[in-house]
Design a protein around this ligand. Structure first.
Ligand code: MEV
Length: 329
């Protein structure tokens, strides 16, 4: 057993295929250069799991049986921290130890914004706690632990978020097949625009599920189109064709609008990005708020980012992260 261990995992953007991926269609997802950092230490009290998040200004302690005692902030954080507690409990059981663990989360990934913050935290937690307790976890095991934890907070998660945070790079992900690495032969000038409206992924997934239940013959055709976009998108990434990628992003966004997961704030940022010359723009993640992504010609990135800000969003330029989960110390 070590006394301290720190691990990190990247955030992500879904380039194509969110929501469709829940129904076993493929999605293309890319790790980006923002990471969640998790530090795990041996705790003072046996079997007590203490979780603290700097970004949320909150902390609390779980007994091994799941009773939550707030330290900073209220009882509402019990559910937010629960995936981390579940992961810690599982790895403690695997280790055979009865020690307490203190887990500190330090992340620059916007929360509930479609960038995979909760999955990145779950993946980094599994790696940090595994390393602390000397439980050897493969990447596949880290992915599965994080996915199980995501199931507690999201309705029917596809697994795309923990997959990209674990494996990094640019992937095609399909629920029934797992990951396939994609060849990307171009620098993607991507701008992220944040509506700064938090939303619950599970609610958006449930909304699409309801629509699909009522109109399966229509929604399944939309998902067929989504799958064709992913196939053409993989080809365009390989060929480095920014123009085609931009077109596909616009079409993908229109399909997501048809599913009812866009809203006024998202449309404002997308309109502004396109008017500023973006080759394509779409919401990324679950929608209902959260983030958009815009693809630009390399020389036009600042103009697109500025236009998103003028339209009321926060914006930042992002780069690809090749590395998935990693041990920091
Ligand atoms: C996740 O970032 C986006 C959704 O596709 C949900 C999921 O795949 O679990 C909406």
């Amino acid at each position: 057993m070590k006394s301290i261990s720190r691990a990190s995992a990247p955030a992500k953007v879904i380039l194509f295929g969110e929501h469709f991926v829940v129904y076993d269609r493929p999605a293309i997802v890319m790790a980006i250069d923002r990471r969640a950092y998790v530090t795990a230490r041996i705790g003072r009290e046996k079997n007590l799991i203490v979780v603290r998040s700097r970004a949320m200004n909150a902390s609390g302690a779980y007994t091994i049986s799941g009773e939550y005692h707030p330290i900073e902030g209220g009882l509402e954080n019990k559910t937010k921290f629960k995936p981390i507690y579940m992961i810690a409990r599982r790895i403690l059981a695997m280790s055979g130890e009865e020690t307490g663990i203190e887990i500190e989360v330090d992340s620059t990934i916007p929360i509930a914004a479609g960038l995979g913050s909760s999955a990145a935290v779950a993946v980094a937690s599994a790696a940090a706690i595994g390393n602390l307790l000397k439980v050897k976890l493969s990447q596949d095991e880290i992915f599965r632990l994080a996915l199980e934890a995501e199931r507690i907070v999201h309705v029917n998660p596809s697994g795309v978020d923990p997959a990209i945070s674990t494996y990094g790079g640019t992937l095609i992900y399909r629920r029934s097949e797992g990951i396939r690495r994609l060849e990307v032969n171009v620098d993607l000038p991507l701008i992220i625009g944040d509506t700064c409206i938090e939303r619950v992924t599970g609610d958006m997934v449930s909304h699409v599920g309801g629509l699909r239940g009522r109109y399966p013959s229509i929604i399944d055709r939309i998902m067929d189109a989504g799958e064709a976009i992913v196939n053409l998108g993989a080809e365009a990434l390989r060929e480095g064709n920014l123009k085609v990628l931009g077109d596909l992003m616009n079409i993908n966004h229109a399909l997501l609008c048809a599913l009812g997961v866009s809203n006024d704030a998202i449309e404002r940022l997308i309109g502004a990005a396109r008017r500023a010359g973006a080759l394509g723009a779409k919401l990324t993640g679950a929608g209902g708020g959260g983030c958009i992504i815009a693809l630009s010609e390399p020389g036009n990135v600042d103009r697109v980012a500025e236009a998103i800000k003028h339209a009321g969003g926060e914006s930042f330029v992002t780069g690809r992260a090749m590395e998935g989960v990693r041990i920091e110390e």
